[in-house]
Write a protein that binds this ligand. Structure first.
Ligand code: IFM
Length: 441
């Protein structure tokens, strides 16, 4: 059981659940163009069991049933994303009418159920033709993304409750161009620096495009991991500080301060595109709220080798199926720090929080007590921050249902609803029932 109920939070506090297009829709349907995730997944060794998003949860055909589940749980809002390649199969030029129709129907289906549509424009499936032109490394992407923004929001923008351009800039850039764990699977410092800057430039251009369409309630969504030094030596503290700059501070600094942390310029400066300093006027285009995605912390130690010369060390706390330590204090600390260092009075939303577990269905039921405990602990920290005056106005659970967990395929289950990936049957888990009870009180 959850120990907090809806009535324990401020009156208009918003509860929602989140998903993303490539992870649930089924990219093989409806005239969607190929994306860099299809190519990445087709490359041996990149994704567990060589799985991909071609069918995923078949949400493309089952969205009515899925939205029924969101509404029946008592959520106020649904955070979803729009696939660039579904809307514009070539990434530029002629839109795909079927793709636009799909998001139109999806939007109306949310509204019919009383759910507030909270859109993310880009949650990682870059159209392959744009990846072929250099993707996030190419400065032209800012214009391509602004065009995509206008096409999709020209169709559904009139009915959105809120919109954010890009989900988790750290994953789009560092994880995908430096660590190589996600598409396009690069390991190149110059590509990383360029992608980091162009993602923020694209964010700014997209915000400007939506303002041009007369839209409001626009935000930015960042992911955070608390960086804990392995010990209290100056070397470990410096290593953790650099990790913190790369992971947590770089993107916030760009958007809210119009600058990049010194330590990052020291390491990446020579690889940033010429004239990067001149782009902050666009990058800092005002937003109406800030979204925080939070799951875990990392314990950081220094190591030999070139910049950034740090490494992750196994931590002692209980872990989720992802091997991520459960550290709810980090969410509280990020809420406080974001207000103090970057956003002031701006509304904050926890736009993702949740855990993966090896859930199974037994006699028609799925028992996931660890997830209920995880949600309890994190919601308590959110309430604590709200009680202390942090303007946090909503909390979204990742995810509505088990889905394609990127390089980890369908093995890692984050859903409140279990999905059998053979029959595609949905089975609400005990955590879904617990949320439903808590939201009714
Ligand atoms: O599944 C992802 C999601 O796409 C982005 N945020 C983190 C989730 C869990 O890894």
């Amino acid at each position: 059981m959850l120990t907090l109920n809806r009535s324990d939070f401020p009156k208009d506090f918003m509860f929602g659940t989140a998903t993303s297009s490539y992870q649930i829709e089924g990219h093989g349907f409806g005239g969607a163009g190929p994306t860099h995730w299809d190519s990445f997944a087709a490359t041996p060794g990149n994704v567990t069991r060589a799985e991909n998003g071609l069918r995923a949860c078949d949400h493309y055909h089952r969205f009515e049933e899925d939205l029924d589940l969101v509404a029946a749980a008592g959520f106020d809002s649904y955070r979803f994303s729009t696939s660039w390649g579904r809307v514009m199969p070539e990434g530029r030029g002629a839109p795909n009418p079927e793709g636009l129709d799909f998001y139109d129907r999806l939007t109306d289906a949310m509204l019919e159920r009383g759910l507030k549509p909270c859109a993310t424009l880009y949650h990682w499936e870059l159209p392959q033709p744009l990846a072929d032109l250099g993707g996030w490394r190419n400065r032209d992407i800012a214009g391509w993304f602004a065009d995509f923004t206008e096409v999709i929001m020209g169709r559904i923008g009139d009915r959105m409750h809120s919109v954010a351009p890009i989900n988790e800039p750290w994953c789009v850039t560092w994880l995908s161009h430096f660590l190589g764990h996600h598409a396009p699977g690069m390991r190149d410092i110059r590509a990383t620096a360029r992608a980091m800057h162009h993602v923020l430039l694209s964010h700014g251009r997209s915000i400007q495009a939506m303002r041009g369409l007369g839209m409001s309630n626009l935000g930015a969504v960042f992911n955070f991991e608390w960086a804990q030094p392995v010990d209290d030596t100056p070397e470990a503290i410096a290593a953790a500080d650099l990790y913190d700059d790369i992971y947590n501070r770089f993107f916030l600094s760009g958007v809210f301060k119009g600058e990049y942390p010194e330590r990052i310029i020291d390491g990446l400066g020579e690889h940033l595109p010429k004239g990067w300093q001149d782009d902050f006027g666009t990058i800092t285009a005002p937003v109406d709220w800030c979204g925080l995605n939070y799951y875990t912390r990392k314990i950081i130690a220094p190591c030999d080798g070139p910049w950034p010369a740090h490494t992750e060390v196994d931590g002692p706390l209980p872990k989720t199926q992802m091997g991520w330590e459960i550290y709810p204090d980090g969410l509280y600390k990020f809420l406080k720090r974001t207000v103090a260092d970057y956003t002031g009075d701006l509304p904050l939303f926890v736009t993702e929080n949740g855990m993966a577990a090896a859930d199974t269905v037994v006699d028609g039921a799925c028992f996931d007590p660890d997830r209920i405990d995880y949600i309890n602990q994190h919601l308590q920290r959110v309430k604590q921050a709200a009680d202390e005056g942090v303007p946090v106005q909503g909390y979204f659970l990742w995810s509505l249902m088990d889905n394609f967990e990127w390089a980890l395929g369908y093995e890692k289950r984050f859903g409140l609803v279990h999905v059998d990936f053979d029959s595609l049957k949905r089975t609400p888990k005990a955590s879904y029932e617990a949320i439903k009870r808590a939201l009714s009180k």
